[in-house]
Ligand binder design. Structure first.
Ligand code: GAR
Length: 206
């Protein structure tokens, strides 16, 4: 039996994506183990969800560091210590300058079809409000490798959902989150199976 993938989860909020990954692991649909959780704020729901499961959690706040590089190094030191194979951003609302050794093994999930409706300030309801205001007929979610820009980097998996005329930000968010719950594990399984190759800034699925 191959070793389960060791995941490091970076979060800032309620931890719904963390919970989804834990549920998938429990159901046996994701062969992984959450080795460490890092929260960018104190007292988040995500931190509480990790503690309930006995997962080591560290609160690492950008404001406690003199530079983005010092913040980045502090996060990476926890990931290194936990022996993390893959870093998953799960509602992580700050920019983590990705150290060289974690490029190509750091993923993010965004609740829209990148490159639309993404970037700094585009999170949670802001995304779905912008989608509804634009009049587009489809939205969805994107899992991508992380580079050093918000919601940017080679795209791994996208799942599409319809935007309905009667949608509110809440109803659209719920539909997109359902798609996220399938898309993130799918991307992680592809990574675990070594089927993802980045060629000229794009992901090839082998
Ligand atoms: C993620 O599922 C993702 O949709 C969104 O935050 C959710 C988790 O947050 N990420 C972004 O918007 C990144 N730009 P939560 O754990 O606070 O519910």
């Amino acid at each position: 039996m191959p070793q389960p993938l060791h995941l490091g989860i970076l979060l800032s909020g309620g931890g719904r994506t963390l919970q989804n990954l834990l549920d998938q692991i429990d159901r046996g649909t994701l062969a992984a183990e959450i080795a460490v959780v890092i929260a960018s704020r104190s007292n988040t729901g995500g931190e509480a969800k990790a503690r309930v499961r006995g997962i080591p959690v560290h609160v690492v706040r950008p404001k406690d560091f003199p530079t983005p590089e010092a913040f980045s190094a502090a996060v990476a030191a926890h990931l290194d210590a936990a022996g993390v194979d893959l870093v998953c951003l799960a509602g992580f609302m700050v920019l983590w300058p990705v150290p060289e050794r974690y490029l190509g093994r750091t993923m993010n999930i965004h609740p829209a079809l990148i490159p639309a409706f993404c970037g700094q300030g585009m999170y949670g309801h802001h995304v779905h409000e912008a989608v509804l205001a634009s009049g587009v007929k489809v939205s969805g979610c994107t899992v991508h490798f992380v580079d050093n820009e918000y919601d940017h980097g080679p795209i791994i998996v996208q799942r599409q959902v319809p935007v309905l005329s009667e949608d509110t930000p809440d109803t659209l968010a719920a539909r997109v989150f359902e798609a996220e719950c399938a898309a993130y594990p799918e991307a992680i399984r592809l990574f675990a199976a070594r089927r993802l190759k980045i060629v000229s800034g794009r992901v090839q699925i082998l």
